[in-house]
Design a protein around this ligand. Sequence first.
Ligand SMILES: *Cc1c(COP(=O)(O)O)cnc(C)c1O
Length: 351
Amino acid sequence: MISFYPGPSRVYDNIPRFVDDAYNQGILSMNHRSDEFMLLCKNTITLIKEKLDVPSSYSVFFASSATECWEIIAQSLIREKSTHIYNGAFGEKWYTYTKRLRPQAENIYFNPAASLDTSSLKNLQTEVICLTQNETSNGTQLSRRSISIIKKENPKAIIAVDATSSMAGIYLDFKTADVWFASVQKCFGLPAGLAVIICSPRALQQAQSIHEVSHYNSLMFINEMMDKCQTPCTPNVLGIYLLMRVLKKRKPIGFVDHKIKNRSHVWKKFIRKSTNLKLYINNQDVLSDTVLALTGKPELIAEIKKKAKAKGLILGDGYGSLKNATFRIANFPAIKKMEIEKLQKFLKGFL
Ligand SMILES: *Cc1c(COP(=O)(O)O)cnc(C)c1O
């Protein structure tokens, strides 16, 4: 089976070997307060910073999921009000989760087919601006330029970016925001159960001034524990170990970015030749590099998914309200060229 699901996704082929190594090396029973764990944690964070080109002044932390990151941000970085700018289901979910904790959260919805108009997003009266870099539900992304303009035009606000389905897949300019997070079951090519949070010094200052310490996962507490390369609770030690092993083998993000963008270009060209299948959003400026959402007649989509599965190709269902109207294909780094060719050969029969 080859999974093209945009999360959980295809994992790297050497994961079983790494799990075996973890078992043999005692990683699975490792004490999370031990010197061995602290070294593992430190090495993994060094690799994240190195391979993803994270500014040296930024801090890296672990959480268990992107959803947990939404709550960490709501609790620790927002006193009262955040502003959520989104065009799809994940951005909306982040907004609704935050609103439960911080009822003054506000949302600005924009049309997924149009580029985000940043001219009206100046000096927003808010503490945190929440952006979804890659909207996994509809296959759109926010450009590097849009994020950097929003930051520039809102110098007082903290900019937080959900990069769950793009981090470790495309180059992200971390300087242009204060908080970035992703879970590892997407572009990292790893099993679920671990997330990475990247914070600017400004974000940590804001956490310090709010000083929210009533949760085990308060950013203050997470930061304090990380001074010792530890985490507040027993973390996913195996996940951290696998992340370290995978990153060690990874090329720098510039190479990965290049590969993903080339493949994305090939995919878009392939789909644009079709009469029965279309890109759900067909605006080059906003199209995601890492997730393709395709649309067609619901009967055709159902047939394609079923026949693909019989051939060992797992396609992603549409997400949320787009469940039957679309299907999704991940363009994540762990997917092999020959696997993409196999899927394209199969899809040719339906174009
Ligand atoms: C998958 C995804 C999430 C949810 O991730 P979890 O690890 O399941 O919490 C959040 N945001 C985006 C953009 C995603 O693609």
